[in-house]
Design a binder for this molecule. Structure first.
Ligand code: SAH
Length: 412
C-alpha cells in the first residue's frame, strides 16, 4: 500500500509545525488526543485539512503528530505521541492490526455486528468503523480524513476483506465533503456491490437490520449490546416497556429471554417499523413467537408522565443525549431524574428498571445520583443490581469519550 499522500508532500511545502501552550502540552503528554485552536501558540504556515501536523514542546522537542483540521475548534487530532515516528504505510498497517487484535476473542459467529474501530480511544481520531456482517460502515466525524479516504479503504480491504464499505459523514462535514472532498457524500458506497439492500446481521444470535445508508450513528446502537444481553436475562415472564426503543434492540432480547409482552415506545414511525421487521425476522424463535409485541408512537417523556401507561414488570429508559453541550448539563440531570421517577411509577411490585444515559456532558456519578434520588423519592423499597459502562468494542480512554452509563434497579 502507498503511504497516504499528504497535501504538504504534493505541494512540496515545509512540514506543518505547531507549538502549543504549556497546559495543552501537559494534556497531550497525559494521553489526551485533541489540541484545540486556542492552544496553538505558533504555527509555521497555514495548513490544509488532513495534513499531518507535527507538534513540538517548549524545548522544540517532538511531542506528537496528528491530523490538522483548520475548520474545527479541535485543530489537531493526535495520531501518535511520544517518540518521533514516521507515519508511513507500515505504521498504518500496524495500527489497524493492533485495533483488530484488541477485539480478539470478544465475539463468536453468533455476533456479526460490532465496532471494529472506535475513534480516538482506538487511535483513530474522528473515525469509526462498524461491521454489520459483510457490510462495513466507515463514519467520519472530521473532514481531515477525506484526503486519506482512498488509502484507508485500501488498508481496510486488504486486512478485513469486507464485501462492501459504506461511507457515513457526520452532519457538520457533509457540505465540506461534497464541495472539497472529491464529491464524497453521506451513504456513498466506497467499494463493493452497488445494491442498496437491507443489511442484516446477528447480535448474540438475534437477527437485526441496520439502516446503514441513513440511520442514526451507523445504522444501529451497537454500544448497547451488553445492556441488551442483561435485559434478556432479566425479562422472563415480565411485561416489558422499551422506551426510546429505536428498532427494538432491547425488546428482541427480552422476547428471546421469555418476556410475556414487549411494548416499543418511540417518537419515530420508521424506528417502530424497523422494530416490527426485527420481530418478524426472529419469529422462528418460539419465545419470540409467543411474546406479545405492540408499538406505541408517542413522545416518551409525555407518555410516561401522563396517565395512559399500564404497569410494567421491566422498563428500559434509553433516551437520546439530553445534554449536547455543557450548558445543558444541569437541565439534563433534572430531566433524567424526572424520567426515572415517571418510569418507576409504572413499575409493578418486583419491577425492574434499566435507566441509561448517553450524554458525555453528564458524568456517571451525576446520572446514577439522579436515578438513585428518583428511586428514593418514590418511597418504594429498592435494591441496586448493578451499574454498567462502555462495552469492550467501544473503549473510552479520555473524559469526552466517556458517554455511556446504565443502572439497573429492582423495586419491592
Ligand atoms: N435503545 C435503542 C437506542 C435508542 S436511540 C437501542 O438499543 O437500539 C434513541 C431513540 O429515541 C431513537 O429511536 C429516537 O427516535 C427516539 N426518541 C427521541 N426523542 C424521543 C421522544 N421524545 N420520545 C420517544 N422517542 C424519542
Amino acid at each position: 500500500m502507498k503511504p497516504p499522500a499528504h497535501p504538504s508532500v504534493a505541494e512540496k511545502l515545509p512540514r506543518l509545525r505547531l507549538h502549543i501552550t504549556a497546559a495543552a502540552e501537559t494534556c497531550i503528554r497525559s494521553g489526551h488526543p485533541w489540541v484545540f485552536a486556542g492552544s496553538v501558540r505558533e504555527q509555521n504556515r497555514a495548513g490544509a485539512s488532513g495534513e499531518l501536523a507535527v507538534i513540538y514542546d517548549r524545548r522544540d522537542k517532538f511531542l506528537a503528530a496528528g491530523l490538522f483540521d483548520p475548520d474545527s475548534p479541535i485543530r489537531v487530532r493526535v495520531l501518535h505521541a511520544g517518540k518521533p515516528q514516521a507515519l508511513d504505510a507500515a505504521w498504518w498497517t500496524a495500527r489497524l492490526e493492533a485495533t483488530v487484535h484488541r477485539r480478539d476473542g470478544l465475539f463468536d459467529a453468533r455476533t456479526t455486528g460490532y465496532r471494529l474501530i472506535h475513534g480516538e480511544s482506538d487511535g483513530w481520531p474522528g473515525l469509526v468503523l462498524d461491521r454489520y456482517d459483510k457490510t462495513f460502515v466507515l463514519k467520519l466525524y472530521t473532514a481531515a480524513w477525506l484526503p486519506r479516504l482512498d488509502d484507508m479503504v485500501a488498508l481496510i480491504r486488504e486486512r478485513l476483506q469486507p464485501e462492501r464499505i459504506v461511507l457515513r459523514l457526520s452532519r457538520n462535514i457533509q457540505r465540506a465533503a461534497e464541495c472539497f472532498g472529491r464529491g464524497r457524500h453521506d451513504g456513498e458506497i466506497l467499494c463493493g456491490p452497488a445494491v442498496r439492500e437491507a443489511v442484516v446481521f446477528l447480535e448474540n444470535g438475534v437477527c437485526f437490520e441496520a439502516d446503514v445508508w441513513r440511520g442514526q450513528k451507523t445504522g444501529f446502537f451497537l454500544d448497547q449490546r451488553e445492556n441488551r444481553r442483561e435485559v434478556g436475562e432479566l425479562a422472563r415472564g415480565r411485561e416489558v416497556l422499551n422506551a426510546f426503543s429505536f428498532s427494538g434492540g432491547f425488546s428482541l432480547y427480552a422476547a428471546c429471554g421469555g418476556a410475556k409482552s414487549v411494548t416499543d415506545l418511540d417518537l419515530s414511525p420508521y424506528a417502530l417499523a424497523a422494530a416490527q421487521r426485527n420481530f418478524q425476522r426472529n419469529s422462528a424463535d418460539p419465545a419470540v413467537a409467543k411474546c406479545r409485541h405492540e408499538c406505541v408512537q408517542a413522545d416518551a417523556f409525555d407518555w410516561l408522565a401522563g396517565g395512559d401507561a399500564r404497569p410494567f414488570g421491566l422498563i428500559v429508559l434509553d433516551p437520546p443525549s439530553l445534554a449536547k453541550r455543557e450548558a445543558e448539563r444541569a437541565g439534563a440531570i433534572r430531566a433524567y431524574g424526572r424520567l426515572a421517577g415517571n418510569g418507576i411509577r409504572r413499575l409493578t411490585r418486583d419491577g425492574l428498571l434499566l435507566a441509561c444515559s448517553c450524554s458525555a456532558h453528564v458524568s456517571a456519578e451525576e446520572f446514577f445520583g439522579a436515578v438513585r434520588q428518583a428511586a428514593a423519592d418514590s418511597g418504594r423499597h429498592f435494591v441496586e443490581l448493578k451499574t454498567t459502562r462502555h462495552a469492550p468494542d467501544h473503549p473510552a480512554t479520555f473524559k469526552e469519550a466517556d458517554y455511556l452509563k446504565g443502572i439497573f434497579l429492582k423495586f419491592g
